[in-house]
Design a protein around this ligand. Structure first.
Ligand code: DC
Length: 227
């Protein structure tokens, strides 16, 4: 498909399969894929390692100045680096997942992440996924998709993902973490998770990847009149 130089914003709840779908779509269109959640996870790991967040999720205000020295960047293959260190594996653990939402609710953290995202989006031809891409980061994105799936399907996906990485999660704990993140993400004051009015909704509870891609292709063809 010969798609114009656009930004595609994909938002939705945790574990709706946003990143897999966004990656596949980016590959199909020859676009760059960017995972905004990875940056929030990178900041969370940084805060944990520097003891700037307590067990009770109290964020030390020193994080604001410490952030100025933080260098997060995506490698060629999309993996996240902190300085020269690849932190892709560390940012996907339950430990990071359990504190990422409170970190992502801090306004100056969002500003810091948004600056990085705007830089990556400058040239267009990008698929970016997250919670506020179509509503706050790129409100003028030419195509917005909002993803949902049933809680049961999402919890099972997250559980399988953690298992595959060698963790021993409890399904109840995974469900609790999902609910907690959904709640914090959609109730925070700054850029809460919500569907943009002009977003197309994709419920993939009962869809496979090829159906998702066919759906996206249909939406793109309809919206941009491309065959
Ligand atoms: O997509 P993810 O699970 O890796 O995202 C991790 C957390 O980061 C999520 O709980 C909320 C936050 N996030 C956000 O607030 N805004 C974004 N654009 C992306 C992620």
């Amino acid at each position: 498909m010969n798609v114009p130089n656009i930004i595609i914003a994909i938002d939705g709840y945790s574990s709706t399969g946003k990143s897999t779908f966004a990656k596949l779509l980016a590959r199909k269109l020859g676009f760059l894929y960017l995972d905004s959640g990875a940056l929030y996870r990178g900041v969370t790991l940084f805060a944990q390692e520097d003891r700037l967040i307590s067990k009770l999720n109290i964020v030390d205000p020193a994080l604001k100045t410490e952030l100025q020295g933080l260098r997060l960047r995506f490698g060629e293959d999309g993996r996240l680096f902190m300085g020269d260190r690849c932190i892709e594996k560390q940012i996907r653990t339950m430990e990071v997942s359990s504190q990422v939402s409170p970190i992502a609710a801090v306004p100056y953290v969002r500003e810091w992440v948004d600056e990085q995202l705007h830089e990556y989006g400058r040239k267009g031809r990008i698929v970016m996924d997250g919670r506020d891409i179509g509503t706050a980061v790129f409100p003028n994105a030419q195509l917005k998709i909002f993803m949902t799936a049933s809680e049961q399907v999402r919890a099972q996906r997250r559980y399988d993902e953690l298992k595959a990485k060698g963790e021993e999660p409890l399904l109840e704990e995974v469900v609790r973490n999902l609910r907690e993140r959904d709640y914090i993400d959609s109730h925070r004051e700054t850029a809460p998770l919500r569907r943009a009015d002009d977003a197309f909704e994709l419920d993939n509870s009962e869809m496979g990847f090829s159906e998702e891609l066919a759906w996206a292709q249909g939406v793109i063809q309809g919206k941009f009149g491309i065959l």
